[in-house]
Design a protein. Structure first.
Length: 458
């Protein structure tokens, strides 16, 4: 249905003021599909379409909208409508929306909330940025370990009318988190048994002050749908669901990819980031990499006499430095990802180094043989390399071996060094590794040339 309802057709219904048909058509769609439609419509017609939605669908649709669209819509709505939307939003989604707004706007919107919802919103916003407390929801089902199953079921039925997620039920003992059980376990248990009879005391929990990245790790490690959130005294204060953590994982992956590309991570989406902000985020690394490449020019200047005597050596400079940069980028990518997945830790640096030395040796040998064969075969049909073509071939081959090994080691060890310094390993990006290897690669190349070609070409 959505594929057929393209933007011009919807705007046609709006232009013809055929509100009845438009409302019927849109109201039959899923809130996420409605959000896509509304996002594509220009103002002020966007607000018109949004307003015509039934209230329940309107509230659900608002949570699927991008922050910029949410902000624009709230500006076009009256205080009463804004209050209704904010009060009906799930606490975790509302917190995500409010934390992106200026402080003055947040205070104004908080005053529109009901006393109960305002208390929840203020509490969640009070947790540190990027903490589990910011993405948890205080809406959960909790039963006591000494309750009968029948009483627990009655309690779940009552709360289930107000709470969205009831598949996981948390159990407390003396007011503190003791375990988690599933709705299925309660349903198949005898109504006369105590809740404690179906407990196994294997609950996994998070502190509200834990980093959101830890929540993502727990969901991956334990394959859960919901994790309870506790305070320092182990009192249950909320829960985090898988859908909230998916957003966290996406943000972290985006940030790492941007850093690996040689720029500071963007706070907002690319399309909503001002040009000056884009320049600011990208200029720093570009300047650093440019200064690094100046060292490459200095290295070439140092070997200017060598190049003048054997100009043929200059032909292989791009080959040498690109091979080192490529091998370094490969190694950095593998190690950074392995760190992110916790496949390796700081203590594994020596193990990784030994593996990368062997890997670099084999990769360098492969490229070295190919480089030598290229020169040897070319010399059969051309005199470009002269009578000492084999010495040039050995120079290129040995230089490739050394440069590839260096690139592999640099790319694999830099993430460990940065992690040791409490920095983000993703900042040892491909451009940074490539620039580092460019300079040292030239030194290796011309040093090998001086060693092998002295007395002949040099």
């Amino acid at each position: 249905m959505l594929g057929k309802l393209i933007k011009p057709e919807i705007e046609g219904l709006i232009d013809s003021r055929n509100w009845v048909v438009l409302k019927e058509v849109i109201s039959d769609l899923h809130p996420s599909e409605i959000a896509d439609i509304i996002s594509d419509i220009e103002e002020p017609t966007r607000a018109i379409v949004f307003r015509m939605l039934p209230k329940g669908i309107m509230y659900a649709t608002f949570e699927y909208l991008e922050f910029e669209v949410q902000e624009d819509l709230l500006k076009s709505l009256g205080n009463e409508e804004v209050a209704d939307i904010l009060n009906e939003m799930s606490p975790d989604d509302r917190t995500e929306f409010l934390e992106n707004l200026p402080g003055k706007v947040v205070k104004k919107l908080l005053r529109l909330l009901s006393p109960e919802e305002r208390s929840v919103a203020v509490k969640l916003l009070g947790f540190p940025e990027d903490s589990v407390g910011r993405i948890m929801t205080p809406d959960f089902v909790m039963v006591k370990s000494d309750w009968k199953i029948e009483k627990a079921l009655s309690h779940i039925r009552e709360l289930g009318k107000k709470i969205e997620y009831i598949d996981t039920i948390f159990v407390t003992r003396n007011g503190k988190l003791a375990d988690e059980i599933t709705l299925k376990e309660i349903l198949i248990a005898s109504s006369e048994d105590d809740v404690s009879s179906i407990m196994n005391d294997t609950v996994v929990s998070l502190l509200a002050t834990d980093d959101q990245a830890k929540a993502a790790e727990y969901f991956k490690e334990y394959d859960l749908y919901a994790i309870p959130v506790v305070n320092e005294e182990n009192y249950l204060i909320g829960m985090v669901t898988a859908d909230d953590v998916i957003d966290v994982i996406e943000e972290e992956n985006t940030e790492d990819i941007q850093k690996f590309g040689g720029l500071d991570a963007l706070e907002d989406s690319y399309s909503s980031t001002p040009i000056l902000e884009l320049v600011k985020k990208r200029a720093g690394w570009l300047v650093v990499l440019f200064l690094g490449e100046l060292l490459t020019a200095s290295a070439m200047g140092f070997f200017e006499g060598t190049i003048a005597k054997a100009v043929i050596l200059a032909l292989f400079i791009p080959l040498i430095i690109s091979s080192g940069g490529n091998s370094g980028s490969q190694a950095a990518t593998l190690i950074i990802r392995a760190m992110a997945l916790q496949e390796i830790t700081l203590k594994d640096w020596w193990k990784v180094m030994k593996r990368e030395i062997m890997t670099g040796l084999l990769l360098g040998s492969i490229l070295g043989v190919i480089g030598f064969l290229r020169i040897a075969i070319w010399s059969r049909f051309s005199n470009d390399y002269g009578e000492y073509w084999y010495l040039i071939g050995f120079t290129v081959a040995i230089a490739l071996l050394g440069v590839v090994m260096l690139g592999t080691l640099a790319g694999s060890m830099l993430p460990f060094l940065l992690r040791k310094l409490k920095l983000d390993p993703a900042t040892s990006s491909a451009p940074f590794v490539a620039t580092l290897v460019d300079v040292t690669g030239l030194v290796i190349y011309f040093s090998v040339a001086l060693l092998l070609l002295s007395g002949t070409l040099l």
